[in-house]
Ligand binder design. Sequence first.
Ligand code: B12
Length: 444
Amino acid sequence: MHIAFIAMSGVRASSPELNAIGMTMPGFVERSKVIASLPSLGLLTLAGMTPDSFEISYHEVPDLRKLEELPVCDVAAIASFSAQIKDAYELSDRYRTLGVRTVLGGLHVTARPDEAARHADAIVIGEGELGWPQLVADLSAGSLKPVYAADGREFNLADAPMPRFDLLDIDRYNRITIQTQRGCPWRCEFCAASIRLTPLYKIKPVARVIDEIREIKKLWPKPFIEFADDNSFVHRRHAKELLRAVADEDIRWFTESDVSIADDEELLELMREAGCAEVLIGLESPTAAGIEGVELRRNWKRGRFDRYLTAIERVQSHGIAVNGCFVLGLDGDGPEVFDAVADFVQESGQFDVQITVLTPFPGTPMYDRFLADGRLLEPEAWERCTLFDVNFRPKHMSPEVLQHNLVELGRRLYTEDERTRRRSAFHEHRRRYLRETRTRRISA
Ligand code: B12
């Protein structure tokens, strides 16, 4: 029996204005090209749990309209996030008319299982590793069930399978993803990432992570790796053990973490020595009013806000570039936020900046609140869940003003000059740190 693992991939935006700018601005183009070529780690992981008795293959569908032929298979296991889920449904429906059975899973399916079940022979809700072994056993036994749910069970990352990186045409990728942790201690109201799969903060044993890196290096000797983590290094002991081990692997890598990494000089030094090139940090808003209440557990990000600038300098002084992310359209922010982001980026000296619009993803408290308040423009327009398309009524501006000013701010932030200025600000942070360290050493 042949299982085809098919990822709806590629990055997109619906707004024509944004698509126009995206194609011209160097900074914007570069970022989307980088992330667009990431493989689906979710599917490669499930492929790693599939018995050898199955024939398997891996495919990516950046644009369903351009897909000439459906990959030949007996079972299609299809992955997508919300933005492309309708394409995933259409692809699944087409397979089923041809008598091919289909399986859907992932963040969106977990948030909208009833909707997804209408388009598949089986759905997997929650962490895929929990449902997949039973699903493939049922496929072999000819007793496939419609739903495989986690039902409160938690997958232990110590049992994580080796993702099937060997299924990839490695030259197509400028980064490969591995996951060192899952979950996050914080509860940002809009977050639609792995906290929607597990309420826990889970770590993968260091030896397993190193095994995965070595598996990738068999295909790509000097890889650039993206940790598909939502918040690396929260567990400090695990983090430092991991970084000491990664340092011996001679790789360069990128990850996402919260701003508290700046508190720990030893951690920053270990990140640098382990080859960390850039860390993406969710700053969310350049204003105290904007960040107020975003993190639901204990307003944690508001508590860190006053130290954002120091934190960025401290991380960059260790030669680690910071990509600070801002979410535009938060309830505490008005039309002044666009200038505030530009001013903050200027003052912070951060190396890179990512701007997205507040996006009420299904399965998030924010989606439910906006739905209840009648603030969603089109409640089920999942194709607008791109992080770049406005799909709600902001509190202090119109949707049109938000959409237009996102593009205008993109024009200001992603010019060649701005990128050059940011690059030299980043290097200045490092030079200043080295100068101070030297002076301290001499005067000691
Ligand atoms: C890598 C990545 C990508 C890659 C994806 C690679 C690919 N080919 O699929 C690319 C660059 C293509 C991408 C594109 C986009 N992305 Co993106 N991306 C990520 C990132 C950084 C890591 C995801 C990851 O690898 N997680 C690790 C794996 C192991 O977890 P997983 O995918 O959830 O898979 C597990 C389960 O969900 C389940 N599962 C998943 N798929 C399937 C399928 C089946 C059949 C089964 C049984 C189980 C199953 O099993 C897996 C193991 O437990 C996350 C941020 C983050 N840190 O999570 C954002 C993230 C997932 N992306 C996001 C968004 C918005 C986008 C874009 C819309 C951006 C854009 N404007 O184009 C597009 C959407 C494309 C689409 N298909 O819909 C949002 C998604 C929110 C949501 N709920 O929809 C996230 C959470 C970022 C954010 N901050 O909000 N992205």
